[in-house]
Write a protein of this length. Structure first.
Length: 165
């Protein structure tokens, strides 16, 4: 088994999808053991970047795949790539054991559609089984511990976008 420091980070994009009143979409992972609402069961839409794919293109593709719609426009981009390491018990398990964590480009997007457009069953194997709108400041409290610093950064740095459209 490769030691964690010898594994690369998986390139990833993430969406802070804001509705017209400035709330952010969070979704509950279908395969998470604490999907009852405790911290970690809920997260922001995110996903891998395909080879040679532009991150802005990737985030719209990921939204379409994960929530059934890409009816949104990018209104901001975090200037830095944010990364996290998996906790030791997930090294060699998560991401088929190929990565030590993720290096992520985060976008703020304004949702242009209606709630009925959000379809978690758009893909054959949905990643999420529920969704809701939340206050941006709530992000750190819903995150698993190893993602919490990123969610704290997003809540702080994207606060200027969390106002009514």
């Amino acid at each position: 088994m490769t030691p964690p420091e010898g594994l690369p980070y998986r390139l990833n994009v993430g969406a802070v999808l804001l509705n017209s009143v400035g709330e952010v979409l969070i979704a509950r992972r279908a395969n998470f053991p604490h999907a009852d609402g405790s911290a970690g069961g809920w997260q922001l839409p995110q996903g891998g970047i395909d080879a040679d794919e532009d991150p802005a293109t990737a985030i719209l593709r990921e939204l379409s795949e994960e929530i059934g719609t890409a009816n949104a426009k990018i209104i901001g981009e975090h200037p830095d790539w944010l990364q996290y390491d998996l906790p030791p018990h997930l090294i060699g398990v998560a991401f088929k054991g190929r990565y030590r964590g993720q290096r992520q480009k985060w976008f703020a997007l304004r949702f242009l559609g209606s709630d009925f457009e959000i379809r978690l069953d758009a893909e054959a194997h949905p990643e999420f089984d529920a969704w809701r709108w939340a206050k941006l400041a709530e992000l750190p409290s819903i995150a698993v511990s190893f993602k919490r610093p990123i969610y704290e950064t997003l809540a702080r740095d994207f606060a200027r976008y969390a106002n009514p459209a």
